[in-house]
Design a protein around this ligand. Sequence first.
Ligand SMILES: [Zn+2]
Length: 271
Amino acid sequence: MQNWIWKQTNGIDYITLPTWEDMGVTVAFSGRNGGTSEVPYQSLNLGLHVGDKTENVIHNRNRFLSALGQKLDSVTCCQQVHGTRVAVVNKKDAGKGAYDYATSLADYDAMVSNIPGIMLTTFYADCIPLFFFDPVHKVVALAHSGWKGTMGKIACKTVETMQQQYGSLYSEIYAFIGPGIDSCCFNIQEDLAKKVTKEFAGLSDIINMGKNGYRWDLKETNYQILIQIGFRPENITCCDLCTSCCLDKFYSYRQEKGLTGRMGAVIGLKY
Ligand SMILES: [Zn+2]
């Protein structure tokens, strides 16, 4: 079911889910346009660790957060090291990583929180953002699922933490699998294809043969992992936009050979 839309506020384009917004959640994934960064980071680069000028990134981050009706001070970031550790975010973590990469939560790739006003934030150029919202227990979570995170089942580790910390039930959690590289562009080597097939033996059609060899569908893998552990299909929204195919809208690490900016994923309880 597609219930994500593009929205534009004050010249900033981003993807959001109106049904989640109506339930009291700020949820967004930024596009690349409407910012002040210059080539090769043009223009709404939100990544502080990619070589762009810090003042431009902070300016872009402020504009994006203000388009969402939020403040940069309420943002909490994690380091994103392509691991699978999940941080439980509390009030004291507000502002960590917002102005300085060094203060991001170290060694984490996912965050969960039930504190209203805290905006969990992660950054992307092809990896898959996983957004979670439990409307019953009022909990949100965000996970950075590149191929390593997907392999390490960071999706499961994130929702396990929601369950353990807050009593969330998988049948009640909503998930949004956001924009990221699709199987049209995600070619992998044969040895990795074999490992994926072995690791996810119970899943179907996640590896396909394209004209350039093996292609791995990271979004479909995450979708099937969540169904397997008890998510309801109607509670999962998947964005079909490929970041590598849409350079007019997104940054792509693969397509731009590593020298590019980052989009931002944000989720937080409004009240
Ligand atoms: Zn593509």
